[in-house]
Design a protein around this ligand. Structure first.
Ligand code: ZN
Length: 233
């Protein structure tokens, strides 16, 4: 099922994955890519060894964070597993598309086993949202052959893992197992000639908690105060 990926998570994302400091949504999409990508599997192996060595040196600070995180992941996985057990003895392992079915990476099979509700969006796009944490928006996206997403710009970052088929935008052509990272203010218009199934994770567009985006916060607060002051006059 795997084809060699050309696009991979950033070093920062893989480092966060190895340390267990990512949101559950980001953890799931990277885990799915790592299952499909031998390169990233070996990089994760050495990053996890480094992270483990660091943790041993700084147990008091890192232990609570990692414990919370792993228990959160455990509860998601257990929850998915329990529901799958209740519903049927066969958990979801595939998503059926127009003319064929797509085998899912294990972690996404667990997510899909919770039940997917597909919604039709404009332009031949179908979307099934899933909730993995309160900081990301996660969704399976199916683009019909010949479909196009309207041009859009992100306030947060967006990560897209191609599960089947391919899509293109101004920056490239993405195929199965490619991990496409779009950061804040990137403008793009994805289109798919042959059709495409993806799993996408968006940082919440309303909160800026990390990196450069945080610099925008004072400006947003200023504009908000100005707007509310104007309204009260
Ligand atoms: Zn990779």
């Amino acid at each position: 099922m795997t084809s060699e990926a050309k696009f991979h998570p950033t070093a920062e994302q893989l480092g966060g994955f190895a340390r267990g400091t990512l949101t559950a949504g980001m953890d799931v999409v990277i885990s799915a890519h790592v299952e499909l990508c031998a390169d990233c599997r070996s990089r994760i192996g050495s990053l996890e060894a480094e992270a483990a060595a660091e943790m041993l040196q700084a147990v008091p600070e890192t232990r609570p964070v990692n414990k919370d995180f792993s228990s959160m992941i455990d509860s998601i996985v257990n929850h998915a597993q329990t529901q799958a057990d209740e519903q049927t003895s066969d958990p979801v392992t595939e998503i059926h598309m127009l003319e064929h079915s797509v085998r899912l990476p294990k972690v996404l099979a667990k997510v899909a086993s919770e039940g997917l509700v597909w919604k039709k969006l404009a332009g031949g796009i179908n979307q099934a949202s899933v909730t993995l944490d309160d900081q990301t928006q996660c969704e399976f996206l199916y683009m019909k052959p010949g479909s196009q997403v309207p041009v859009h710009k992100h306030q947060g970052s967006e990560v897209t893992l191609v599960l089947d088929g391919s899509f293109s935008d101004e920056s490239g052509h993405y195929k199965q197992s490619d991990f496409v990272v779009r950061t804040a203010n990137d403008m793009h218009q994805p289109a798919s000639e042959e059709g495409c199934l993806c799993f996408a994770v968006l940082d919440s567009p309303l909160t800026f908690t990390k990196g450069l985006a945080r610099l925008l916060n004072p400006l947003i607060r200023y504009r908000f105060r100005r707007a509310t002051a104007a309204a009260s006059h």
